[in-house]
Design a protein around this ligand. Structure first.
Ligand code: NAD
Ligand code: UDP
Length: 317
């Protein structure tokens, strides 16, 4: 098949590109390199079945493909809050153009939505039926509301124009190739611990998240795309940890002498988050297989290699 991956040079996108290329598909990787990097897909650059398109999805584009995985959108709070209006344009105008493309060429379209559509949830764990508790005018709104509109657009193109859609609600995902400076909690803690800096826990660290390793997530995306269910379907790891527990796990694995310090909790930071993955289990036969300790080990090794290559002096255990 010919497959378009928007945001294909990013963290999740590049792992997805790897899986699709390894399966023998022809892959078009589209990215504006805002948070993605060529380094993530460099190994495919000379492959005859791979094409890299530098393009911003807030502008229209025409290509011929069978499937579209639509991932283009900055995902970390630092990057999506840097230019909130651009984040909304990417989610709304960009998704509109991609759905218009899917309609014209008859491609199946998968939207990478997010657990952020549930906002700061009052229902725990979060099932797909829960409609969320989102602040429409807070610092996270450009992303949360942007993704909510993206979901609405996908369903309206489906209902109005018969576009085949799939909607994945992705929960916190981590793994190799996360950006060193993207401010997400796993990358922050791992980089801080490796550099011998204190781990910055926001608030008391009692807020929870559920962390899914990237290879598990990519398997879920591929199953959803090639299954008959439109979704939305939660994809995430239901093992829930407090942020303090995560800090302590990284501390133990990298350097037990690392200090843990506490900083202000950002506004509208969700207090609890854990996916109900009953639908993914029953409809897709999918569930995560990589426990946190194992995924962290791989992530730590990847950051160690990259930081060493960049000449950083790291703490050795
Ligand atoms: P990422 O920032 O690494 O990847 C996003 C990619 O999209 C980058 O390569 C970036 O350069 C590209 N991009 C951004 N705006 C663009 C634009 N206007 N035009 C073209 N390309 C653009 O983030 P990620 O973690 O790989 O996330 C990928 C997708 O998954 C995003 O849609 C995100 O919302 C979703 N998601 C991720 C997580 C997570 O925990 N990582 C959780 C929920 C949802
Ligand atoms: N967090 C933290 N220290 C950091 C970065 C993040 O304590 O250095 C917290 C953050 O406040 C949130 C959780 O970790 O409660 C997850 O943050 P992230 O930005 O990774 O994802 P999101 O909040 O979008 O789920």
């Amino acid at each position: 098949m010919r497959i378009l991956v928007t945001g294909g040079a990013g963290f999740i996108g590049s792992h997805l590109v790897d899986r699709l290329m390894e399966a023998g598909h022809e892959v078009l990787c589209l990215d504006n390199f805002y948070t993605g990097t060529k380094r993530n897909i460099v190994k495919w650059l000379n492959h005859p079945y791979f094409e890299l398109i530098r393009h911003d999805i807030t502008e229209p584009i025409r290509v011929e493909v069978d499937q579209i995985y639509h991932l283009a959108c900055p995902a970390s709070p630092i990057h999506y809050q840097y230019n909130p209006v651009k984040t909304i344009k990417t989610n709304v105008i960009g998704t509109l153009y991609m759905l218009g493309l899917a309609k014209r060429i008859g491609a199946r379209f998968l939207l990478a939505s997010t657990s952020e559509v549930y906002g700061d949830p009052e229902v725990h764990p979060q099932p797909e039926e829960y409609r969320g508790n989102v602040n429409p005018i807070g610092p996270r709104s450009c992303y949360d509301e942007g993704k909510r509109v993206a979901e609405t657009l996908a369903f309206d193109y489906h209902l109005q124009n018969g576009v085949e859609i799939r909607v994945a609600r992705i929960f916190n995902t981590y793994g190799s190739r996360m950006l060193e400076n993207d401010g997400r909690v796993v990358s922050n803690f791992v980089v801080q611990a490796l550099k011998g800096e204190p781990l910055t826990v926001y608030g008391k660290g009692s807020q929870t998240r559920s962390f899914c390793y990237v290879s598990d997530l990519v398997e879920g995306l591929i199953r959803l795309m090639n299954n008959e269910h439109t979704g939305p379907i939660n994809l995430g790891n239901p093992d829930e940890y407090t942020i303090l527990q995560l800090a302590q796990a990284v501390q133990q694995m990298v350097n037990p002498d690392t200090e843990i310090i506490f900083k202000d909790l950002p506004k509208d930071d969700p207090q609890r988050r854990r996916p109900d993955i009953t639908k993914a289990k029953t409809l897709l036969g999918w569930q995560p297989t990589i426990p946190l300790q194992e995924g962290l080990k791989t992530t730590i090794a990847d950051f160690r290699d990259r930081l060493t290559a960049e000449g950083d002096s790291l703490v050795s255990r």
